[in-house]
Design a protein around this ligand. Sequence first.
Ligand SMILES: [Zn+2]
Length: 119
Amino acid sequence: MSMNCKIVTDIAELYYEGLLSPETRKAVRRHLGGCQHCREYYRQYERLRKTSKHSALQPMPEDEISETEKRLYVNISEKLRRRRFWNIVGTSAAIGAGSVMLTIGLLLTYHKNGHSAES
Ligand SMILES: [Zn+2]
């Protein structure tokens, strides 16, 4: 029984868990012996599984994910919101200052013209 790399990497988890039939297991081992790519893949997979406290077969508890992600999300959105707030404040302050100056300038010009026309 020969196997290609796709199959071997697909069933790496089953191989790791010892869930393969003896023949398949033997075939995978033989393939790993002759294929550096898959050996490397399996080595990394094994390391990942050993260092990860959560098994890939048992997904992370829902609430644990959402708690961490929620906290992250809140942190990020809080920062973004604050930054956006100051951006808006800064922009409207600039626009406001600009339009006030423009208005004053127009008024001054108008008054100057008006005065010069009167005199
Ligand atoms: Zn391979």
